[in-house]
Design a protein around this ligand. Structure first.
Ligand code: UD1
Ligand code: CA
Length: 468
């Protein structure tokens, strides 16, 4: 296999810069006489060769006009993560190497999210989606192949959908392939126009559509694959003579049609994937769709979520199997929960919460930047901030770590098997020793650490005198 692999690699090296068709035919030739294993390997590199001929342009320059926000639209979070990040994931998992992001409005804030390999182009004046693409073209001067256009306000798209779109486009050697969806609520989207043979003949935007066109239920998701040369040619003819006085990328479809171009579509089965987020209402809808995906994935991994409709878990949260999450629990980003834990109802876990196995976090408990070791219980209305808590600790009802002194956050340490009485206030920085106890209503003041095994009571805390 080693020499065969080398031979195949050579074919790949020689051809990967050329058209896909050439790559495919060269591979077919080299396929003759190779065994099954080699065939598998070949199809793998064929896939790689295809991805090498794809450039992706991500449009993220727009303002937040309809969001009415100071924050750029693409930075608004869905389940604790900026919507742009979900779109960036797509190019990552599809291993598209040539990626250009078009930035404009508050570009410095948006740029932080981009990985080093991504090229940035600045669109100085937001003259529309066609204008945005034009600003990226100088970077593609020597590129031949497919241009995939992604909109940064389309965060719900799945990788398999984009893969299907690319495959259809490449297999049929099309000039443009649209990702479309059918919906009975098409308001706001561009409508797909078809001629009497049902071939795609253009896209009309909502604002420019007549009543008949507004009834069309096939919408443009905004995601389009183009043959690069055809795209460049069509862009020359795009005019801004529409209601918004913008240069629409979608006009290229009608232009290509008139020139006899080959245009086709791939339909999304689940219309939820097509959601473009323009307003706060769209954002709430997108958040809910993403939330259900996150919850479904956790349930798939063995987590019980009593009511997925009222459980709010951020993207990337890790929860171990056989843990149970009760309703009205909010889990923000960067939280890890072990196995066999019980969380909620009405629990609030914030960033940097690390919960080992067999932990109970009950109602009205807030935890932030804290580590709890196994078998620790925090069952009723408590606040644990910037704390390190050992194993088998009992945190009584109403316990508060007073972690903020008005200037900075301070740390509370509670060692293994400690017992914190109800309504204890721990003024940080402070330590409670192993197996130590605090009485109900105790205020342990800062730096007055409780020794191992000691019991303290009162305000301020003092050692409990044992009565003979
Ligand atoms: C666009 C499509 C519409 C489609 C819908 C799907 C056009 C003309 N219309 O409409 O057919 O149904 O998406 O969600 O393309 N942007 C720039 N520079 C600009 C203008 C926009 O980078 O000058 C970016 C925006 O940041 C956004 C994306 O392009 O990420 C789409 O722009 P937006 O204004 O949201 O288009 P829609 O009206 O939603
Ligand atoms: Ca949009």
């Amino acid at each position: 296999m080693g020499t065969r692999r080398a031979k195949i690699d050579k074919v790949y090296e020689d051809t990967c810069e050329k058209e896909i068709g050439v790559v495919a035919s060269n591979e077919r030739v080299s396929l003759q006489g190779l065994n099954e294993e080699a065939k598998g390997y070949l199809s793998e590199i064929k896939g790689k060769a295809r991805m090498k001929n794809i450039a992706c342009i991500i449009l993220a320059a727009g303002k937040s006009t309809r969001m009415r926000s100071d924050l750029p639209k693409v930075l608004h979070p869905l389940c604790g993560r900026p919507m742009l990040s979900y779109v960036l994931d797509l190019v990552d998992v599809l291993r598209i190497k040539k990626v250009i992001a078009i930035l404009g409005h508050k570009r410095q804030d948006v740029k932080i999210l981009l990985k080093p390999g991504i090229k940035v182009v600045i669109q100085k004046r937001l003259l529309g989606t066609a204008n945005a693409i034009k600003t990226a073209l100088p970077l593609l001067r020597n590129f031949k192949g497919t241009v995939l256009v992604l909109y940064a306000d389309n965060p719900l798209l799945k990788k398999d959908t984009i893969r299907k779109l690319l495959e259809h486009h490449l297999k049929n050697n099309l000039d443009a392939t649209l990702l479309t969806a059918k919906t009975d609520k098409p308001t706001g989207y561009g409508r797909v126009l078809r001629d009497k043979y049902a071939s795609i003949s253009g896209i009309v935007e909502e604002k420019d559509a007549d009543d008949f066109q507004k009834d069309i239920q096939e919408i443009n998701t905004g995601i389009i694959c183009f043959n690069k040369d055809k795209l460049v040619e069509a862009l020359r003819y795009v005019k801004a003579n529409n209601r918004k006085k913008e240069y629409y990328l979608t006009d290229t479809i009608g232009i290509l049609y008139k020139k006899g171009g080959l245009i086709d579509s791939v339909k999304i089965a689940d219309v939820n994937e097509a959601l473009g987020i323009n307003s706060r209402q769209d954002l709430a809808k997108g958040n809910s769709i993403m939330q259900h995906r996150i919850n479904a994935e956790l349930m798939q991994k063995g987590v019980t979520i009593i009511d997925p409709d009222s459980t709010f878990i951020s993207y990337g949260t890790q929860v171990g199997r056989d843990s149970t999450i009760y309703p009205f629990t909010v889990i923000e980003r960067d939280v890890k929960i072990g196995r066999h834990c019980f969380i909620g109802p009405f629990a609030h876990l914030r960033e940097g919460s690390r919960l080992q196995d067999d932990i109970v976090v009950g109602n009205f408990v807030e935890i932030v930047r804290s580590k709890l070791s196994r078998r620790t219980l925090v069952k009723h209305f408590s606040y644990l901030g910037d704390s390190q808590i050992g194993h088998s600790v009992n945190i009584g009802a109403g316990t508060v770590t007073a972690n903020f002194d008005g200037r900075k956050k301070n740390i509370t340490v509670i060692k293994d098997k400690a017992f914190i009485g109800s309504d204890t206030v721990l003024v940080a920085p402070v330590k409670v020793g192993k197996s130590a106890r605090t009485g109900a209503g105790t205020v342990v003041v800062k730096n007055k650490n409780v020794p191992n095994g000691a019991t303290v009571v009162g305000v301020p805390a003092r050692p409990l005198k044992k009565v003979a």
